[in-house]
Design a protein around this ligand. Sequence first.
Ligand code: URP
Ligand code: ZN
Ligand code: ZN
Length: 471
Amino acid sequence: MSVLIKGGRIVTAADDYVGDIYVENGTISLIGESLDVPADKVIDAGGKYVIPGAIDPHTHIELPFGGTVTCDDFTSGTVSAAFGGTTSLIDFCFQMPGQSFPDALATWHEKIERCKPVIDVGFHMAITDLREGGSLGELARVPDEGVTSYKLFMAYKGAVMVDDWTLFKTMEVARETGALVMVHAENGDAIDVLVKRALAEGKTEPKWHAATRPPETEGEATNRAIQLARVAGAPLYVVHVSCKEAIDPIARARAAGWQAWGETCPQYLFIDETALDQPNFEGGKYIYTPPPRPKENQEHLWHALATGVLSAVSTDHCPFNWQGQKTLGKDDFSKIPNGGPGIENRLHMLHHFGVRGGRFSMNKLVKLTSTNIARFFGLYPRKGTIAVGSDADIVVWDPEKKLTISAKTHHSNVDYNLFEGTQVQGAPEVVLVRGQVIVEGDELVAQPGAGQFIKRARFGEELLAGARAIA
Ligand code: URP
Ligand code: ZN
Ligand code: ZN
């Protein structure tokens, strides 16, 4: 199967030029001007951007969490991702307490066998239960399965939170195995005290979710993780950075050339803590963690993205229906399952408000949503760029196409959208995964099982040299 994409404005993290791309058997085999080659399919990309497919390194698909299960499976979740121009995602495989890592991986592989993805899928290993003489011995073998990142939660006490022993031991193993350590950085012990006190005082509404997880608890844990990673000599990636208190220690680490980086998510750029005050339990839709922050943090986040202090934008797609799932905590905010949806609208929002809004270039958009992520997570240069030899994961992006974001039209199973009613200009026209067209206009044209499991490379010395340049 061959595809010729003609006359588009090809934008990578570094380049911006008009040209043709020839794809053979899933791989980009030629890039040039006015290519005259026979092709099974020709796509006219005149007047459009042609960019590397976005990679979402932070999703929670079919995850048992907070007493329920996220409402997208790997089919609905990846279809939704595809309509937003995302061609690979990396989901968190959770080790349940007492479970071995091979068992946890088998559970996640079963999910993508049962509900086949339409985009490529990789896994991180979320560690919840590490024991000397038990799972600790297995941890070093996880990267052999192409799962080359370890995730730890410094919050959610009594559920998936780990102690500093587990965090530090994992970092030491990561140093040896070339895995990247990812942290959810919040001080779970302090938050637990604040939540229990609030509930004892009868403070049960959604807004108390934010009040009991103040920015300082995120700042403290971010700094702790960075310092421990330095001691262990492990690379660190801080997920869903939401506030200045967490940006500051990352800025210090970046300035010092330490191996610590961070991502943020659209919900922190566009939604502030007042969303939690919405009446009739509408505020329950915005219960995700870290919580929506005071509005001034949004400017700090944009600035951190523009200056390279933060290196990526993921979605943290963790969809729970408002009716029936979020309502589990109607009378107690601590029982509302934590997580928000967003897998479909990351590029829409960043292109409209970031690129069109004059905050950063199209190159930067590609860098934040694709190239840097590919570098961090052992996918570059197979993914994350448009180059001869790379997978033909390509989005033909129409910068003029108008869209009103809505749960009525999105493709996730979830019954609400965090950006409901937002009008954006710019959307995918054609989306290809390894040369297969999966979305064309408003149509899903993916063949069943178009996506496949991707084994990722380690965060080794070679990658590290590239990653140092991430800004
Ligand atoms: O609220 C969130 N973010 N839920 C998903 C789990 C996590 O903390 O990333
Ligand atoms: Zn988290
Ligand atoms: Zn998450």
